[in-house]
Design a protein around this ligand. Structure first.
Ligand code: ZN
Length: 269
C-alpha cells in the first residue's frame, strides 16, 4: 500500500497571497493519517540546523552552485552556434533555473531522517523552472519538478502556460506600439481567464499542484484527462483556470477512488 507519513511544505515568502497554511489544511483533510508540517523557505529551514560558522560557508557554497544552475541564455545549448542568445529579461523573466539542477542543489540538504518515499517535500519558489528539450530551440518553462524535493514554481503558473491566442496577439501589438497604459486595460479584460502576478487565486492553484506532487509520490500518477481535475496538466491559461479555478474543479472520481483503494479516507468525504 503506498504511503506518505509526513508532508513538509516550504513557503515562498516573497510570493504575495500564497498561503501554505491553507494548503497544509487541505492536504491534512485529504490524508488524515499523514503529518503535515509547514515551514519557512527551503534554504532557510534546512540551514537552521547548522552552526552559525557553518551556515556562512554553506550559504556561500549554495549561492555559487545556484549561480551555476541559473539560465542566462534561453536558447538550447545545441542551437547556440546558430541562434542569437535570448536573455530571460527579454521575455520579462527574472531568475530562471534548470529544474533538475536546482533539485540537485536542494536534495543533499534534506536530513537523512526525512528522506525516502514516506516523506514528501513540497518546495514553493518564486523563481522560474525550465528544461531544454530535444525538439525545442528554447527553454521550456515548467511549473512542477517532481521528485525529492518536489519543486513548484509559482511564477510558472503565470509564465509556463500559453496565453489565449487573442490576448498574446494584442499584447504583442500594444508592446510594439509602446502603449503601456492600454496593456493594463487588456490585462484586466483577460484577468478572469489568465492568472497574473499578485493574484489572490495563487493559493488555489498552488494547492492543486500540491495534489499533482502527492499523486506522483503515492502512485507515480501524473496528469489526468478530466479537464476540471487539478491533476490535469495545463498547456494554456484557460486549461489552468478550468483545472484549478472553475466551479467544477475537484479531484475526479477516478483519482478519489485511487485514494480510497489505498485505504485513505479524506475527512468529510
Ligand atoms: Zn483526475
Amino acid at each position: 500500500m503506498p504511503q506518505v507519513d509526513s508532508i513538509y511544505i516550504y513557503d515562498a515568502p516573497d510570493v504575495l497571497g500564497l498561503d501554505i497554511g491553507a494548503i497544509g489544511r487541505m492536504l491534512s483533510d485529504l490524508l488524515p493519517e499523514t503529518q503535515v508540517e509547514t515551514r519557512t523557505d527551503f534554504f532557510t529551514h534546512q540551514l537552521a540546523r547548522f552552526k552559525a560558522s557553518q551556515v556562512e560557508m554553506l550559504t556561500e557554497q549554495i549561492a555559487a552552485r545556484l549561480e551555476e544552475r541559473e539560465v542566462h541564455n534561453l536558447i538550447a545549448p545545441q542551437w547556440r552556434d546558430e541562434m542569437a542568445p535570448i536573455a530571460p529579461e527579454e521575455r520579462g523573466l527574472e531568475t530562471v533555473y534548470l529544474a533538475e539542477a536546482l533539485q540537485e542543489v536542494m536534495r543533499p540538504l534534506i536530513p537523512e531522517s526525512e528522506r525516502g518515499s514516506h516523506h514528501l517535500h513540497i518546495v514553493y519558489i518564486a523563481q522560474c523552472l525550465g528544461q531544454f528539450l530535444p525538439d525545442r530551440h528554447d527553454l521550456a518553462l515548467q511549473i512542477v519538478q517532481f521528485g525529492e524535493p518536489a519543486i513548484v514554481s509559482t511564477t510558472g503558473f503565470v509564465e509556463a502556460p500559453a496565453l489565449p491566442r487573442e490576448y498574446a496577439f494584442r499584447r504583442a501589438q500594444l508592446l510594439a506600439m509602446g502603449l503601456d497604459e492600454a496593456l493594463d486595460e487588456l490585462d484586466d479584460h483577460f484577468a478572469a481567464s489568465t492568472l497574473g502576478y499578485e493574484d489572490q487565486r495563487v493559493t488555489i492553484v498552488a494547492a492543486g499542484h500540491a495534489l499533482q506532487v502527492l499523486f506522483d509520490a503515492l502512485f507515480g500518477e501524473r496528469g489526468c484527462d478530466v479537464a476540471a481535475c487539478p491533476l490535469h496538466q495545463a498547456d494554456t491559461h484557460e486549461d489552468l483556470a478550468t483545472a484549478h479555478l472553475s466551479e467544477d474543479s475537484k479531484l475526479c472520481q477516478r483519482h478519489m477512488q485511487m485514494l480510497t483503494d489505498a485505504g485513505i479516507h479524506p475527512r468529510g468525504a
